[in-house]
Ligand binder design. Structure first.
Ligand code: XLS
Ligand code: NI
Ligand code: NI
Length: 441
């Protein structure tokens, strides 16, 4: 193990009252909540790209963070090895059970497809050793189909089939590597699958191409015997003006149209949900209703800035309503909570990466406790059940079963008493949530 973080030991759980900033207050991995440990409920992962493969550069300026392995004058393979050793030092000290990567976060792209693939294989071998030594597992792998210039007009949705072929080869290789590393999922984020103007875009063709690509990915998964789940990560825009995987509902419609709804689920990112004009909880509820809830990229945006800011999650309130939907959906199976988050550019101390993750982890752990308390209390579920009770009665059931025509309903409307509206009690329910935001422990 390296000693890039010599001042830091393994992060302990020290309870809500500790004043140690380098300890967990709420995440007690072995604590059992609703029959499952916090470790198994939350299935935390650290993302490689923002935490180790980004030096803080933005469109206005250069990197600010202390990431010496990103120095371009270094030998790219040696630098990638150093980066990986530090990353695993971090995972092990933080104590999160999973990590996630893009192929070209862990390894440098070479001059040819073959050279790039060989670089990824080489670093994947090193990752396998680190996984073995630390016990850290791979939540998901993904291919970077958006950074290289060849993908400027998309990967699967590119007007040039040669680019489609290159992307397919890259996904095949990255899925093989993910499989070799025991990955629990494989993610497809449509980085440049969308368009900026219809003046140069044939949308119908592009969507057919995308469907073909997804079918090929599913076929490959079965051919290699990969047991993990394939996940699409919806996002409404950025980098393109219109991304095809807009939100969970859009993705489900697309999957169903192409007969893929039993093969592919979604990886919901909080900041993508809010960019699409939805709440995080809404996206989970939609996915769960459609049977495609898979995994989460836990992060946060900013109310006044309309792009993917990837802040660490700090709002227990927003996350609690999301955790409530996750619990209602039965919790994670192969998925987990990946911190697709980056430090702010001024957070340049080495231990800021620990503080940021500790805050995110505690926010999610507290959210789990609030969601658990709301379910245990029972009033939310009871209120909801009562609100729809009419649909469980004989009339409601016959109606749903298709036994009543519009004519029959017209007769009923003519003869029945005027329906009596009842309070939706939103403020009351909000007060209930607020109560548990304070008292859940
Ligand atoms: C970008 C996405 C990306 C995916 C992985 O907005 O969130 O980071 O999670 O390709
Ligand atoms: Ni993401
Ligand atoms: Ni994102």
């Amino acid at each position: 193990m390296t000693d890039f973080f010599p001042e830091i030991d393994t992060i302990p759980y020290a309870g809500p009252d500790t004043d140690n900033p380098l300890a967990f207050r709420w995440y007690d991995a072995d604590r059992v909540v609703r029959g499952r440990t916090m470790r198994d409920h939350l299935r935390f992962a650290v993302c490689y790209w923002h935490s180790f493969n980004w030096d803080g550069f933005d469109i206005f300026g250069d990197g600010t963070l202390d990431r010496p392995w990103l120095d371009r004058s270094l030998d790219p393979i040696a630098a990638a090895e150093r980066k990986m050793d530090v990353a695993f030092e971090f995972f092990a000290k933080l104590g999160t059970p999973f990590w996630c990567f893009h192929d070209f976060d862990i390894a440098p792209e070479g001059a040819t497809f073959k050279e790039s693939a060989a670089n990824v294989d080489r670093l994947a071998d090193r990752a396998a050793e680190h996984q073995q030594q630390t016990g850290v597992e791979l939540l998901w792998g993904t291919a970077k189909l958006f950074a290289n210039r060849r993908y400027m007009a998309g990967a699967a949705t590119n007007p040039d089939p040669e680019v489609f072929a290159y992307a397919a080869g890259q996904v095949a290789h990255c899925m093989d590597v993910t499989h070799r590393l025991g990955g629990h999922n494989y993610v497809l984020w449509g980085g440049r699958e969308g368009y900026d103007t219809l003046l140069n875009t044939d949308m119908a063709r592009e969507l057919d191409q995308l469907a073909r690509f997804l079918h090929l990915a599913v076929e490959h998964k079965h051919r290699i015997g990969f047991q993990g789940t394939i996940l699409i990560e919806p996002k409404p825009f950025e980098p393109t003006k219109h991304q095809y995987d807009y939100d969970s509902a859009t993705v489900f419609g697309f999957l169903q149209r192409h007969g893929l709804e039993d093969e592919i689920k979604v990886n919901i990112e909080v900041n993508h949900a809010t960019l699409s004009g939805h709440d995080f909880a809404h996206e989970i509820a939609v996915a769960a209703n459609c049977g495609i809830f898979g995994s989460i990229d836990a992060n946060a945006g900013d109310d006044r800035l309309g792009w993917d800011l990837d802040r660490f999650p700090v709002s227990v309130e927003a996350m609690s309503l999301g955790m409530l939907e996750i619990l209602r959906a039965g919790g994670f199976t192969t998925g987990g909570l990946n911190f697709d988050c980056k430090l702010r550019r001024q957070s340049i101390a080495r231990d800021d990466l620990f503080r940021a993750h500790i805050g995110g982890i505690d926010t999610m752990a507290r959210a789990l406790l609030v969601a658990d308390a709301l379910i245990t209390d029972g009033e939310l579920d009871r209120f909801r059940a009562d609100r729809y009770a009419g649909w469980d009665g004989e009339f409601g059931q016959r109606l749903l079963a298709g036994e009543l025509s519009f004519e029959a309903l017209r007769e009923r409307a003519e003869s029945a008493a005027e329906p009596q509206p009842v309070s939706g009690r939103q403020e009351h329910l909000e007060n209930l949530v607020n109560r548990y935001l304070v008292t859940a422990r």
